[in-house]
Design a protein around this ligand. Structure first.
Ligand code: NAI
Length: 328
């Protein structure tokens, strides 16, 4: 099949080329949107990532160009208009679980870095500054961790935090019995907000979860609470969290995703004037750590992603059921 691959980065090519035997993949660095849809003419499949915007207009154009499958190479699918895809007869696939541990371990990396300030210590020692002033952290052991969303990633994260000797509270409309048996306590959301020293978000972005961290929920938090988001940016109301940081309601913020990341993340903008005052404000806080959507970026995950996407394209080519369909 002819596959138009959008938002390509060097690591995508490395891993897809290593696993691809039969598909004709053309790699485009550009994102897929209304303006770049013309590139899909003559292709059968588009392969897209988290910041490709596949709205109704794009889907209409993809349909006109003969695209029959949108193969997401990520877990989340909030960036695809599924109703429009269904209407135009375009199938959608995703990679539901390429490595939950990769994301869960990155959440832990954010927690430990923010807490023990290893990023600051690294820079100090590079300049032969061996002072320990302002590097005081806290023991994670015995702290209460609130986990919102206990799907694949949330479960992996709960296991890590239990192993560190933490009390783990969780909130999910569909509690997981095995997790409960392992000592994780499911509680109401407001209870989790009030009791947790660290809160980590592992739920998908939906109408119900958008801005789950907002002005009101921030008021409930324990003083000095640490907030971690490796899921989707819009789970947090950015303006509200900035206010919370300024007013010292939020003790630490670690984010791998950002509500307005689309125009920023995955690009080297070091020589550009950044036209986003909110991210600049966030970067300015000493207790905020931002990574640019890299939680998934491990060798294991990249191998799984490419194998899974290529399997679904082959299934589609052979008129077989998709292994990981996304349906409304
Ligand atoms: P999953 O589908 O296995 O689990 C999601 C869980 O959230 C489910 O248990 C569901 O019941 C729960 N949930 C749904 N609505 C909720 C609500 N209102 N409140 C609390 N929980 C709710 O998904 P998985 O694989 O664990 O991924 C979670 C999210 O992580 C994805 O949706 C995606 O946005 C994000 N992600 C981020 C990556 C990164 O590189 N930063 C990589 C992969 C995923």
């Amino acid at each position: 099949m002819k596959v138009a691959f959008f938002s390509t980065k060097p690591y995508d090519k490395t891993y897809f080329n290593a696993h691809n035997q039969t598909q004709n993949i053309v790699y485009f660095e550009t994102r897929l949107n209304e303006n770049t849809c013309n590139l899909t003419s003559g292709f059968d499949v588009v392969c897209v990532f988290v910041n490709d915007h596949i709205n109704r207009q794009v889907i209409k154009l993809l349909h006109q160009h003969g695209i029959k499958l949108i193969a997401l190479r990520c877990a989340g699918f909030n960036n695809v208009d599924l109703e429009a895809a269904d209407e135009y007869g375009i199938k959608v696939s995703r990679v539901p679980a390429y490595s939950p541990e990769a994301v869960a371990e990155h959440a832990l990396a954010l927690i430990l870095t923010l807490n023990r300030k290893t990023h600051k210590a690294y820079n100090r020692v590079k300049e032969c500054n061996f002072s320990l002033t302002n590097l005081v952290g806290f023991n994670v052991h015995n702290k209460t961790i609130g986990v919102i969303g206990t799907g694949k990633i949330g479960q992996a994260f709960c296991k890590i935090m239990k192993a560190l000797g933490c009390d783990v509270l969780a909130y999910d409309p569909y509690p997981n019995q095995a997790l409960e048996n392992s000592g994780v306590n499911y509680v109401e959301l407001d209870h989790l907000f009030r009791r947790s020293d660290i809160i980590s978000l592992h739920c998908p972005l939906t109408e119900q979860t958008k801005h789950i961290i907002n002005e009101n929920s921030l008021k409930e938090l324990k003083p000095n609470c640490m907030l971690i988001n490796t899921s989707r940016g819009a789970l947090i109301d950015t303006e509200a969290v900035i206010k919370g940081l300024k007013e010292k309601q939020v003790g630490y913020l670690g984010i791998d995703v950002y509500e307005q990341e689309e125009k920023l993340f995955f690009e080297d903008l070091s020589e550009h004037i950044i036209d986003d005052d909110l991210i600049l404000r966030l970067i300015g806080f000493p207790n905020v750590l931002i990574t640019s959507h890299q939680a998934f970026l491990t060798e294991e995950a990249l191998n799984e992603i490419s194998k899974s996407v290529l399997s679904d394209i082959s299934q589609f080519e052979e008129n077989q059921e998709l292994i990981n369909p996304v349906e409304i």
